[in-house]
Design a protein around this ligand. Sequence first.
Ligand code: IMP
Length: 430
Amino acid sequence: MLAVVLGMQFGDEGKGKITDYLSENFDVVVRFNGGNNAGHTVVTSQGKFKFHLIPSGSLRSSVVILGNGMVIDPYSLIDEIENLKKANPDVQIKISKMAHVVTPIHKYLDKSEENVRGGLSIGTTAQGIGPTYEDKYARTGVRVIDLLEKSIVTEKIETIYRMKENLLADSPYREKSEREKLAADLHEAGKKLMQYMDYTENLIYRFSQEKKNILFEGAQGTMLDIDFGMYPFVTSSNTLAGALSSGSGFPFRKIQRVIGVIKAYMSKVGSGPFPTEIEGDLAVRLRDLGHEYGTTTGRPRRVGWLDLPLLNYASRLNDVDSFAITNVDTLGKLDEIKVCEKYLKDGKEVDFIPRSLEEIKTISISYKTIRPWGNLDIENIFSSPDGQYDRLPVELRNYVELIEKNTGKPVEIISLGERRENTIHRNLDA
Ligand code: IMP
């Protein structure tokens, strides 16, 4: 099986849990975009694991690949590899030689650029993601393979400095000695990572020829895509299914299954339009019930109701085959649940969210109110492998079926809690 798992909303949909759950059946897990702006938490009987760069499927698969579309902080990666090896000692780790490197200069620039943006500041994760992609596209970026040549790293750091001198004027990097020290440190980190570097596009091709099961793991979410998200409040990479081709070198035509992960409600970190946002006490309650604080930054996440038109858009852009829904246990505890069924403009239905920041303010929302399902009786639901879905409260089944009716796509996986075991996998062929 060649499959991809992606977020359908603003990131933090629970992809980590779903990928970990699915990865039991996959030999190879591949990441193809983003860097340590992502954060996944996976809970297993061995404990709680937090990853930022390494794909979440890494605890159970035998090979993990960090593809060329990623931007990699080598210091964080060295730490994560050490942790991963404690949990899965036999795992093989491969990093694309062509992935780009996030350096401390990029992290500094991330903050300086945010200051310059003023009212249009994005609320980035401050992990240097944007500036690293900027350098990639400006063709001044440092690639993983460059780390092995000290003179190349030095030259590239100098070039980046000359290009961004204004933004770096107050930084330690205005001193040549600091830049040289940075280049030397990066080169040392490169030497530590050398054993993992490879032309991963060739490896992935070979694994596919050997009929290995490969899972591609998207980072962030569809509405953070640089092209189709709520620009400019987006990340700096493409997050859609199609990005797996440019971000890993694997041809998209070969992908057999696209799984879209949805959170039962929505959450967002950072600024920008969030049409179904909940404010006030209810937002505080939902945030606390769902532990909605960023894995990477610890920031409180904004929360909102499920947005069906947005979900339809995401489903279409990614050509989703089926959905996995997470956090239904959290949502059911509220006294009343709402779902955005339609957008209205001047009282008329529009099925598409405009991207002009002014026009978006003119959109209002038509909600459907749903009866909550309360606390789930987990023991009873999982008392036997058969009939788990049928043992869910009728209100929750209605919620799932509302999503299916509105999107025309089945909800294949229902996650009832953060543990792997608390997952219902419906057999869609039955
Ligand atoms: P950046 O990717 O750090 O440049 O941040 C750009 C925007 O994307 C900010 O609003 C971040 O909060 C958001 N973002 C980036 N990565 C994630 C993620 O993995 N989950 C949720 N939001 C993210």
